[in-house]
Design a protein around this ligand. Structure first.
Ligand code: PLP
Ligand SMILES: N[C@@H](CCOP(=O)(O)O)C(=O)O
Length: 420
């Protein structure tokens, strides 16, 4: 395993771990995979599906050979993350106009978001280096996940959260897991800039997605989808984008599967951003090659409130390698799509529903054909933002097209029978 700079290609041994190259570029982790045999690994991964209470019962560490083969088991901190459902829904098929749509519910992870897939790897790596104090800046999901794993590892977590436009549920979850929460005036982007300037002096292990071990862990999401589908992926994978870690991990995971011979064909990737925080989509749709940060990102899907995504160069690689596309959707489109994901019984937080809204838009624009198959990644749980539920269903000025409200009634048989 080695670290390779995404900007200048300079290589470093994995032992000299850092978050940035001397040139300022982020790192990719590159594994030596020459000795790996796909058919043999498929059997190993299959056998591990019946593991219980060992690290290999995790839907991340099941794929350890492709993620972090060198790590000694004693350092693994796991909550058996991954192992999340892959669902179909007739309601969402008719809403998006697609013949076959699957939903991958990372919302079912132990802390309620896809961050757990990456965080188990980052915290385990930090422990292997001797760290006990971990940090991140966050709109709330990264921090909840970090706080949970740091406590499981008997370490401490220090998290920096913007003092507005984030979900209180997530901050409370982070606090409850035992983190020291520091609220600041700014956005996620300011938090990342702070780390870029001060990571050395802080002496803390940084668990944001500028840490390449997070990306390695998040690759497991597409490994799991592929394994559940008997190593046959659908035509499209639709994913929401904020800091762009997950689309990066998706692309890297797909390349692993293709290069090693697990799959024959790489699906196309559709990345969906919220209109008020869509600098990457703006760049791609206008044919630019440099990202222009959005200084004041705003979307009601608070997890996507990111104007300067650190991983944009890696994300661009995913698009190039998969003939990918991008689009943006409005907050109302996101919230209406979310109401239907919730009604389907699967449920998700607003940011996740950008995928379903995006798929609907791309089908209506005939960029995705209605006969093509697609999987949407649902990144966070519906209880992550109960204010959004309240505003949509019970808010006085709600514009929710699929609003469902509470009826009051006296409990008499006559009354109730009339309501049913
Ligand atoms: C629930 C949820 N969905 C989507 C995203 C966006 O993912 P990424 O930042 O990896 O692009 C985030 C935050 O990052 C998130 O918390
Ligand atoms: N939505 C994220 C923001 C991105 O964070 P990162 O962990 O990918 O750096 C959050 O939950 O904080």
């Amino acid at each position: 395993m080695k670290l390779v700079c995404v900007d200048c290609n300079k290589e470093y041994p994995a032992e000299s771990f850092d978050y940035q190259c001397v040139c300022g570029g982020l790192f990719d982790i590159v594994h030596d995979t020459k000795h790996l045999d796909a058919e043999q690994l498929k059997r190993v991964f299959h056998d591990r599906l019946s593991e219980r209470m060992t690290p290999y019962a995790s839907g991340v560490w099941r794929y350890k050979e492709l993620i972090f083969p060198e790590l000694a088991e004693e350092f693994i901190t796991t909550k058996y993350e991954g192992n999340t459902g892959l669902y179909s829904s007739e309601l969402l098929q008719s809403y998006t106009g697609n013949r076959k749509v699957l939903l991958k519910a990372q919302s079912e992870n132990p802390s309620g978001s896809f961050k757990d897939n990456g965080m188990t790897v980052a915290v385990s790596h930090g422990r292997s280096l001797g760290y006990k104090r971990f940090t991140c800046t966050s709109t709330g999901n990264t921090s909840s996940s970090l706080a949970m794993y740091a406590s499981m590892a008997q370490g401490e977590s220090y998290v920096f959260v913007p003092n507005k436009n984030i979900s209180l549920n997530k901050v409370l979850q982070t606090l409850a897991y035992g983190a020291r929460v520091i609220s600041f005036d700014g956005t996620y982007d300011d938090g990342i800039r702070f780390y870029e300037q001060h990571s050395k002096e802080l002496g803390l292990y940084i668990c944001n997605s500028i840490n390449p071990f997070r990306i390695e862990g998040q690759k497991s999401i597409v490994y799991e989808i592929a394994q559940y589908l008997n190593w046959n992926l659908p035509d499209w994978v639709v994913i929401p984008g904020g800091a762009l870690s997950n689309v990066t991990a998706l692309g890297k995971g797909l390349q692993d599967l293709k290069t090693l011979g697990f799959i024959e064909k790489v699906p196309r990737v559709a990345l969906v951003q919220a209109e008020g925080a869509s600098p990457f989509h703006q760049m791609v749709s206008k044919g630019r090659t440099q990202l222009i940060p959005e200084p004041h990102p705003y979307t009601r899907a608070s997890a996507l409130n990111i104007g300067n995504p650190p991983s944009w160069k890696k994300a661009l690689r995913t698009l190039e390698e998969t003939r990918g596309v991008t689009c943006s959707v409005t907050d109302q489109e996101i919230l209406d799509a979310k109401a239907l994901v919730d009604k389907s019984g699967i449920g998700c937080e607003p940011a996740s529903a950008a995928t379903v809204a995006g798929l609907r838009k791309l089908v209506s624009q005939q960029i995705i054909d209605k006969d093509e198959t697609a999987v949407c990644i649902l990144t966070g749980n519906m209880l992550k933002d109960t204010d959004a539920l309240h505003e949509y269903h019970l808010g006085e000025t709600s514009k929710g097209a699929f609003r469902n409200t509470i009826q009051s009634a006296e409990l008499s048989l006559e009354n109730i029978a009339r309501l049913l």
